[in-house]
Design a protein. Structure first.
Length: 323
């Protein structure tokens, strides 16, 4: 448990304060430290605008091929309740989507859930995922998934990035890092399944007007010598930046990118280039009202002589990291 105030008995006194969930140390020239936690209130609905662009260019046996996909969607979290352990339970959904897909030599195919009554061939699963609950998720105060209940095995949600950015266990100062291990399974040329260990590393770059700017870098820890394996792994190796609202307790915006080129994945002269960009931004009104709602909850609890305990100080995301 992180303690926000440290009692220190030194001549002259020491300033110790806890403000808006920040652990603040100013004595002795120490850099201020910030406690990063998500905070949600029962009954609130949170929306993010999501943009995902993906392009894959391949060259095999002298034949070039390009596949492009782009989508704009609205991601929705409906907060259902908070648990006694401080975790939050919310319902995940996609409110609408505008999507396009194109392959070399083929016409572009588009689908807009707002205007199209029927989806074109190949978009049925995407269409079935719009406007319906996709999953009920329970997260702890640092963003770790405690429980996830899928609502439909058929519905395929458009790319939304990871559930949320993992947050550090202890308060951090600018320049400090924390990490999250992960693992992906890919297929070798001979059909064997290979587990590749990876790590997402986060660095607190700066804090300005209550918003933390966090840099994310993905490291591939397992040595890879097979281009066929590397070509599959690179799509998960996204780097980017996240802006986290400390007061409101949620991701304000994020962007992750991948731009990787692999040679020899299917023969010596073959190549593949994978370029993707995932962007997410909290809708403006939601950004303003979130901070106000949490502040109101804090004031309400303060009148009862205790610190606010909103649904959760829950630690997006990065749907694909993400998105």
């Amino acid at each position: 448990m992180v303690r926000l105030g440290l009692a220190m008995g030194i001549a002259g006194g020491v300033l110790c304060s806890a403000l808006c969930g920040w652990a603040w140390a100013e004595w002795g020239g120490e850099s201020p430290k910030y406690e990063l936690r998500y905070r949600f209130l029962p009954g609130e609905t949170i929306r993010w605008n999501v943009v995902h662009r993906n392009q894959v260019k391949t060259m095999v046996a002298g034949a070039a091929k390009t596949v492009e996909t782009a989508s704009r969607s609205v991601k929705v979290w409906r907060v259902l309740r908070g648990e006694a352990d401080g975790s939050a339970v919310f319902e995940q959904a996609v409110e609408d989507i505008d999507m396009r897909h194109q392959m070399s030599g083929c016409d572009e195919v588009r689908y807009n859930s707002r205007t199209d009554k029927e989806p074109p061939p190949g978009f049925d699963d995407v269409a079935s995922a719009v406007g319906v609950p996709l999953a009920t998720v329970t997260l702890d105060s640092r963003g770790r998934v405690i429980k996830r209940e899928q609502k439909s095995s058929k519905a395929q949600a458009p790319a939304q990035g990871d559930i949320t950015m993992p947050l550090p266990e202890h308060p951090v100062a600018v320049g400090e890092t924390w990490s999250q291990p992960s693992e992906v399974t890919v297929t070798a040329k001979d059909g064997r399944l290979i587990r590749v260990k990876m790590e997402q590393r986060f660095t607190l770059e700066e804090v300005k007007t209550g918003v933390a700017r966090i840099r994310m870098k993905t490291l591939v820890l397992t040595p890879i010598r097979d281009p066929a394996v590397e070509a599959q792994v690179v799509q998960f190796a996204a780097d980017g930046e996240i802006r986290f609202d400390i007061d409101a307790g949620r991701v304000r915006s994020q962007r992750t990118d991948v731009d990787r080129h692999v040679v020899g994945f299917r023969g010596e002269t073959s190549s593949i280039r994978y370029v993707t960009c995932f962007e997410e931004e909290l809708q403006t009104q939601a950004a303003r009202s979130a901070a106000a709602a949490v502040a109101k909850a804090d004031r309400s609890s303060a009148t009862d002589g205790q610190r606010a305990q909103p649904v959760a100080r829950v630690a997006e995301a990065a749907e694909p990291a993400a998105r």
